[in-house]
Design a protein around this ligand. Structure first.
Ligand code: CJB
Length: 834
């Protein structure tokens, strides 16, 4: 059946953008889509009606993009990621459509509070932290730059848990994000694929009598795609985020029903659907669970099969797979793509091994996001074989050929062979996913200059020496649409009034702000905007936590996952140091500060959870000690997520980026703070190095050991006790924690933290303590000169242009993906695709 290819007019109610169109459309959606008369509508009904009104205005771009890409057979970037931390869609889509202000006016004119509707939206928490949020920023920039793109991932039924704090401890609550329905996605059951698991392999002779391998799986599940549009800023591009949901194949039910095994049938369904049930809530750490490998293979196979379907639909021969698609592996989570693409090309599409291998390598590229050894993914051989027997064979075959090549290039170097092998045979045998990703990709990159260098010197040294031409750096970036325009409208207005709006898509233009640093009116406006935003956050802290915080204090903020390497506890050591000074001399003149913490701990990460408890314990004592007289306040802000982050970054004076040098691959929160005018206190770690270079050393509070010094210190034999013995202030801090002072006299509660620091201090808090405290004293001093501080704040924002994800994505496009923009034209009405 084919719709006649003629122009069809679309009702103004679905696409019109006058205030009247928007009002009508909103009411119509409330009535016909939500099925509610205004008299019975809840806040959520209004939100849904508004979301549908916005979605209707996306459809034309989405359909036109699909038609354009199909007709042009456009080269397409496929971003494979186990996590996409998109944040709320409503406000962001309105910004990208250029409809934020008209929609606000329309809704407000109807007597409904627009801002409340924006706040009503929950967020799809389909990621843990930096890695998932980076994927979301990249989709935003890819669309803004008009690059045909598919984001491919997993539609987890439960995303990252909701965090509550009870008695100072983290409590995890399941995230039922789909409870009220999701207006932003469309199920596409017509493109369901089938995913095999388990079983065995066998060889057979094809019709020409040639032996071939095939996989005889033991079970399979269906992958159903759910699509969400991702809009570019004020362009007609609407790309697709395609997330896969696992469902039981109907055939299972029938078989079981026929044998009367009703419970067996239901059980098969439960097992299948478990695959996409829940996001693993670990960041920078692996668990080695079979369900996780199932998730990885599931979404990778769904996505590659989808690409093959698209190739066939566009009648592109399979030999040109790498010309049609550039596939980026976001960390090693999708690295099984190397073996799966080989399987599909060789076993299913009947290409020869060498040709398939060339296509695979030319298609895939791999981004590494961490140097932490505990995050290097590897799978026990037996577990791997049980689930993916054919893939193990393919990996052995790849490995054999690869080892032959290495042997020739590095003669008589067995140790190197053992390190580079795709199979770890040093003890129990494992498949090494980073090695697989390196061998199967034509490009490998780190996410900040320092990180990319360290990769070449440490975890991927052998691979760098083997194929240096594959390696490059792509420093991370963040989208200024969400993290400035949407989350900081007041600053956006001020900037745009002065330099126009070109900076929104060309962030380097912020440099033009430098001309105003000596303009007292501009500086005054800058400062009063910061104060107003701080007041909003202070109000919400008062409302949610009952704590009064002064907007004249330094808002000193550390928000990120809780992890020992990120050193939230170093921040605490400084806070306790200030407190001790006050206790020793209650009349001491100190610069008032509000210390804000936020972030989730992996549910099984005991030390991280204890760190949260310690923040709460310290805040309890300090916030109510009359000697402190409110000069320092400490608050742990619960359930830190993208939505809340948008309120936090703009309110910060000081951004804490204090990881042990060499541990944080890049960081991206550091960029979001700085572009909103916060100053950074940080180590020379990750992208901090480049942030300082850009901002200028004089506008950055640097402290601590360098990555090289950390390495040396450890090599020499690091002894934290020596620092403790030599530093009376540090001693007092540690002794106060150990004495039970912050734990109602309980000396055991925080003993694991104290013992860990005193005995090994793996993240060198003690080595950096003095330098950190002195640096914080410089911060306090600098804040007293408000004019100077404001100038530094403006210069930070003005010089963050390079940290737009538009710059990062442009580099990926030019150096790795070799892909060009495709402009999608605006049309009236819609046409059928032919
Ligand atoms: N990262 O969030 C994660 N999860 C991981 O498993 C590994 C790394 C983070 O990725 C971000 C994006 O590249 C980096 O900015 C951050 O430093 C890194 O920890």
């Amino acid at each position: 059946m084919q719709l006649r290819n003629e122009l069809v007019r679309v009702e103004a109610d679905r696409t019109g953008t006058t205030i009247d169109n928007l009002k009508r459309a909103f009411l119509e959606n409330l009535y016909y889509v939500q099925g509610k008369p205004p008299a019975l509508a809840t806040l959520n009904d209004y939100y849904m009606a508004l979301a549908h009104t916005v979605r209707d205005r996306i459809m034309q771009r989405w359909n036109n993009s699909a038609i354009t890409y199909t007709e042009n057979q456009s080269r397409t970037v496929c971003y494979l990621s186990a996590e996409f931390l998109m944040g709320p869609h409503l406000g962001n889509n309105l910004i990208n459509l250029g409809l934020y202000e008209p929609m606000k006016q329309a809704i407000d004119e109807l007597g409904i509070n627009f801002d409340e509707l924006i706040e009503e939206e929950g967020e799809p928490g389909l990621g843990n932290g930096g890695l998932g949020r980076l994927a979301a920023c990249y989709l935003d920039s890819l669309a803004a730059l008009e690059i045909p793109t598919m984001g491919y991932g997993i539609r987890y039924e439960f995303g990252i848990f909701k965090q509550d704090i009870r008695d100072g401890w983290q409590v995890e609550i399941t995230d039922k994000w789909l409870r009220n329905g999701n207006p932003w996605e469309l199920a596409r059951p017509e493109w369901t694929v089938s995913i095999p698991f388990g079983g065995h392999t066998e060889s057979y002779r094809n019709s020409q009598g040639v032996y071939r391998a095939r996989w005889v799986p033991a079970w399979e599940v269906k992958g159903v795609p759910y699509d969400t549009p991702t809009l570019g800023y004020k362009v007609n591009t609407a790309n697709t985020l395609r997330l896969w949901k696992a469902e039981a194949p109907e055939s299972f039910d029938f078989q079981a029903f026929n044998t009367g095994d009703y419970y067996g049938a239901v059980n098969a369904k439960v097992v299948s659907e478990n695959i996409t049930k829940v996001l693993y809530p670990n960041d920078d750490e692996i668990q080695g669970k079979v369900l996780r490998l199932q998730q990885q293979f599931f979404f990778v196979s769904c996505s590659l099969q989808d690409m093959i379907r698209i190739m066939k639909g566009q009648k592109i021969p399979m030999e040109r797979f790498h010309e049609k698609f550039a596939v980026q592996l976001n960390d090693t989570h999708p690295a099984i793509a190397v073996a799966e693409l080989m399987r599909l090309l060789v076993d299913q599409e009947f290409l020869g091994w060498d040709e398939a291998w060339a296509i695979t390598q030319n298609t895939l590229a791999y981004t590494n996001h961490t140097l932490l050894p505990e995050a290097l993914e590897r799978w026990q051989i037996d577990l791997f074989r049980d689930l993916l027997p054919r893939h193990l064979e393919i990996i052995y075959e790849i490995n054999q050929r690869f080892m032959d090549d290495v042997r020739v290039k590095f003669i008589d170097d067995d140790a190197r062979l053992a390190r580079m092998s795709l199979i770890d045979e040093s003890g129990e045998r494992y498949v090494r996913m980073a090695n697989l990703a390196c061998v199967g990709s034509h490009a490998i990159n780190g996410v900040a200059a320092l990180h990319s260098e360290l990769l070449k010197q440490t975890v991927l040294k052998d691979f760098y020496e083997y194929s240096p031409e594959k390696f490059s750096n792509k420093t991370n970036g963040v989208t200024p649409r969400r993290f400035m325009v949407l989350s900081n409208p007041r600053l956006t207005q001020l900037i745009t009034d002065r330099i126009g709006s070109g900076w929104i898509t060309d962030l380097e233009q912020l440099r033009q702000l430098e001309q105003f640093i000596d303009d007292p009116a501009f500086c005054q406006q800058w400062r009063s905007i910061k104060q107003a935003i701080k007041q909003d956050l202070a109000d919400s802290i008062q409302k949610d936590y009952g704590v009064d915080v002064s907007i004249d204090s330094i808002f000193d903020i550390q928000v990120k996952r809780i992890h020992e390497y990120k050193r939230q506890h170093l921040n605490l050591l400084h806070i306790i140091t200030l407190y001790n000074r006050i206790k020793a001399n209650p009349n001491i003149d100190i610069t008032p500060r509000t210390f804000l913490f936020g972030g989730k701990a992996a549910p099984g990460y005991f030390m991280a959870k204890l760190m949260i408890k310690l923040v709460s314990a310290v805040s309890e004592v300090i916030n109510r000690d009359p000697d402190v007289r409110g000069r320092i306040k400490v608050v742990f802000l619960k359930n830190y997520n993208v939505k809340f982050a948008q309120h936090v970054y703009p309110a910060a004076d000081l951004s804490e980026q204090i990881s042990t040098a060499g541990k944080e691959a890049s960081g991206t929160g550091n960029m979001k703070f700085a572009m909103n005018g916060a100053l950074t206190i940080g180590t020379l770690d990750g992208a901090n190095v480049e942030i300082m270079e850009q901002a200028g050393e004089e506008n950055f509070f640097l402290f601590g050991l360098t990555a090289e010094e950390v390495r040396e210190r450890k090599a020499r034999g690091y002894d934290p006790k020596a620092y403790y013995n030599a530093n009376p202030n540090l001693q007092l801090v540690i002794d106060r924690i150990a004495s039970g002072f912050f734990s109602h006299g309980d000396k055991t509660l925080f003993q694991p933290i104290v013992d860990n620091l005193m005995q090994s201090d793996p993240y060198l808090l003690f080595a950096d303590y003095q330098s950190y405290v002195e640096c914080q004293d410089r911060v306090a001093e600098a804040y007293r000169d408000q004019d100077k501080w404001t100038r530094m704040s403006i210069l930070n924002a003005a010089r963050m242009g390079m940290f737009s994800s538009d710059r990062s994505i442009q580099e990926y496009c030019d150096d790795i993906w070799n892909v060009k923009p495709v402009t999608v034209k605006e049309t009236e009405g819609f046409c059928s695709a032919t």
